[in-house]
Design a protein around this ligand. Structure first.
Ligand code: ISE
Length: 343
């Protein structure tokens, strides 16, 4: 079977990283087309990859007959139209979160994919592919810890771009814990409250940072998340499950621990999500490529979170943004899954 020809749309930091990953570490695939609203950037990356072309219009790139599958690393507001184009052309797509920027359009995408009767959309919630998260999930599923009751999370970034506002802490950062909660517990989130402690004096004026998110799942499990995106330290993501027969924690960054003169000890913390989740992205991409190559047999061109997961995350984040303003718990509104996807 010949290599899957992928179009990478959006070659900013994440998309450029994905193009390099496909070329260097993913088997059975190559980057055939790149696109970016900054034309020169796309042309520069295309020039570095043998057999790759830059195409100026993202919809032309999706429709191109030399493209078998699409990676969307474009800004969220452009996802709806690009995802619908992928569905129209029957092209499998790995879409970086968010699925779309709001619940209504996310639901529309879920419906359109369901009408096709094929699973073409995978959403890039990469933490599900991280060895530590996968291990935690396996432990919970084994039943060894008993029934999980509580999830404590910390999600810290050293810094965020100047354009980052308080709602983005919910939609861009917390969205990962929203998906982690649904992944680990296999149930929906029914309410969310965002609490705003005193803001970090080092944060940009007006940014509500840190934030504490409190989630409740359908069966009554409690989840709390400390979000702090201007720590000035490093990239820290910790997740602890407390269950009836014990607890388990991941994200302690205890790789190599050095002991040095003069009487110090310690290790290193990943500087950003690219390093912390590098293995997860590689695994995610390889499994997606393998699923797409085998998809014609099953009608499932995904191996991971799909459009429904993107919609569910959007619904929780929308309620979270409402709570950011009111400070009160907000119920999450979602349609019944089976009414769209069946039993
Ligand atoms: C960013 O978009 C990510 O996805 C990172 O994983 C997250 O830590 C960061 O806060 C987001 O801005």
């Amino acid at each position: 079977m010949s290599d899957l020809r992928i179009a990478v749309l959006g070659v900013g930091m994440m998309g450029a990283d994905h193009a390099a990953r496909i070329e260097a570490r993913i088997s059975g695939a190559r980057v055939a087309v790149v696109n970016d609203y900054v034309t020169e950037k796309a042309e520069q990356i295309a020039a570095e990859i043998p057999g790759c072309r830059a195409i100026g219009d993202p919809l032309d790139a999706i429709a191109d007959t030399d493209v078998d599958a699409v990676v969307l690393s474009t800004p969220g507001p452009t996802h709806e139209i690009q995802l619908l184009a992928c569905l129209e052309h029957g092209k499998p797509v790995l879409c970086e979160k968010p699925l779309t920027n709001d619940v209504t359009t996310s639901l529309d995408v879920v419906r359109r994919e369901a009408e096709l009767g094929k699973r073409l959309i995978q959403v890039g919630f990469m933490r599900r592919f991280d060895h530590e998260y996968a291990g935690l999930k396996a432990l919970l599923d084994s039943g060894d810890l008993g029934r999980p009751l509580v999830l404590h999370c910390a999600h810290r970034n050293p810094a965020v771009p100047p354009s980052f506002d308080s709602a983005m802490i919910v939609r861009d950062s917390l969205v990962h814990e929203v998906d982690v909660t649904r992944f680990l517990f296999d149930e929906e989130i029914i309410s969310i409250q965002i609490v705003k402690p005193s803001a970090n004096s080092g944060a940009p004026q007006g940014l509500a940072d840190p934030q504490i998110a409190i989630l409740r799942t359908a069966s009554g499990k409690h989840v709390d998340v400390e979000l702090f995106v201007t720590t000035g330290v490093a990239y820290e993501v910790r997740t602890e499950v407390v269950a009836e027969k014990g607890s388990a924690i991941i994200g302690l960054d205890v790789g190599l621990v050095r002991r040095n003169a003069p009487g110090t000890w310690g290790g290193t913390i990943a500087p950003s999500f690219k390093e912390r989740f590098g293995q997860a992205y590689d695994t995610e991409f390889q499994r997606w490529v393998d699923a797409v190559r085998g998809g014609a047999r099953t009608g499932n061109y995904t191996d991971g979170p799909g459009a429904w997961d993107g919609y569910a995350a959007a619904a929780v984040c929308e309620a979270g943004v409402e709570s950011l303003t009111s400070g009160l718990p907000v119920a999450v509104t979602m349609v019944d899954r089976t009414s769209i996807l069946g039993a």
